[in-house]
Design a protein around this ligand. Structure first.
Ligand code: FEO
Length: 396
């Protein structure tokens, strides 16, 4: 499959409808994904990015239907990660001397992945590749989301090839923002931002301000995953500015793990207490052992406060609870409040451990942890409810 985006630009990527997990097991892709590669045919011809390695042979075979590979003058690798560079080894077997334009860090990552000494051309912000009628201008986009990432701006058609930035793991057809299901699209956008870009929000804001400062006309944003933003591309830029600015909604997320339902009951009664104290706040309760971890993280991103609970096991906490706490810590959320809870039978360390993990993750701890012995009785459940009420007052 290939399709014309403009007279000069052809999409030559891969829509991966079957993808369920990305980055190993780290990211769930309920709606698949796409690896967008673009062929620009001007006086000179350039290929921007490729596709994930399992589709390498297919990619090259399909590309041959669009162009004689020997006519590709340049390759631009905006980012070295395998989902975009994975077809390079297969492609370079056919055109081994074709120059590959990328950042200095891009050379490091591509050499590190493929151990090939290809004809790399190192570029930095402001460098230009002249294709004849149009020009490709490179803009380093360090930490969006890797140190090697760059954007490429095409004059004439006024397209920003933004690689992972402004993308989504979303398989849809046609790959245009205005023709996609808007609820699905924006859900995948915020999930992608929350799970991938949150730690780099400062870089997001700075880079967007820098690019806006160039005052370049912008007809489209072509990311390397998901839809092409051709209808009002500024809308996703505005969303990014909003999300990068310590985004939160009036929401509390309660995450728990439970062995015999005691911690689940604590979670639910804490939720009841919050509801009694605040009729407007949105409350979401998830079992970390069951609910998709990336969907939980998306809800944490949207929350102004979270509570995390788990029973004590072997003087520690459960696998699911420590797993989600580790992921929460990695995303460096800002300006969010938290508290911990849990049941125990013997030693009772879990709420304290959770509390420490939340503090390490940068959350403001607003309540001392609450723990209940064995299966909470009515008295204990009322304590949980009161705990929820007090928590709600503290986060108002
Ligand atoms: Fe950072 Fe889509 O790869």
């Amino acid at each position: 499959m290939a399709f014309k985006v403009t007279d000069k630009v052809t999409w030559v990527g891969k829509v991966d409808w079957m993808l369920k997990k990305f980055h190993g097991e780290e990211y769930s892709t309920h709606k698949g994904s796409s690896y967008n590669s673009f062929l620009i045919q001007d006086k000179k011809t350039v290929l921007i990015d490729t596709v994930w390695q399992p589709f390498a042979k297919e990619f090259v075979a399909e590309l041959k239907k669009v162009i004689d590979l020997d006519k590709i003058d340049y390759i631009v690798a905006n980012h070295g990660e395998i989902d975009h560079s994975g077809a390079l080894p297969e492609l370079m077997k056919h055109i081994p001397d074709t120059p590959i334009y990328c950042t200095a860090n891009g050379v490091r990552s591509l050499k590190g992945h493929y151990h090939e000494d290809w004809n790399f051309v190192t570029v930095k912000t402001g460098d230009v590749l002249d294709l004849g009628e149009s020009k490709q201008t490179f803009v380093e986009a360090r930490m969006l989301h890797w140190p090697d990432t760059m954007f490429t701006y095409m004059s004439g058609d006024n397209i920003l090839f933004s690689n992972d930035g402004f993308g989504q793991h979303y398989a849809t057809d046609p790959l245009y923002n205005d023709l996609a299901d808007q609820d699905e699209l924006f859900h995948e956008c915020i999930k992608y931002y929350a799970n991938i870009l949150t730690p780099f929000s400062t870089f997001v804001t700075k880079k967007i301000e820098e690019v806006l400062g160039f005052n370049l006309p912008l007809n489209m944003i072509c990311p390397s995953h998901g839809v092409i933003w051709r209808d009002n591309p500024a809308q996703i830029v505005e969303k990014y500015l909003e999300w990068a600015n310590n985004y939160q909604e009036n929401q509390v997320t309660i995450i728990f793990d439970s062995m015999w339902n005691g911690t689940r009951r604590m979670a639910e009664y804490i939720g009841e207490g919050i509801r009694e104290a605040d009729r407007d706040v949105s409350i979401k309760i998830f079992n970390a052992g069951i609910k998709d971890k990336n969907d939980i993280l998306t809800e944490v991103f949207k929350s102004k406060a979270i509570l995390v609970g788990a029973p004590t096991i072997n003087k520690g906490i459960t696998y699911a609870a420590i797993g989600i706490l580790e992921m929460i810590k990695g995303l460096s959320f800002k300006n969010k409040k938290a508290a911990a809870f849990g049941t125990y039978g013997w030693s009772g360390e879990s709420p304290k451990i959770i509390n420490e993990e939340l503090a390490k993750a940068g959350f403001e701890i607003v309540s001392e942890p609450i723990k209940e012995l064995w299966n909470p009785n009515e008295e204990a459940l009322l304590r949980c409810k009161d705990f929820g009420k007090e928590f709600a007052e503290k986060i108002k």
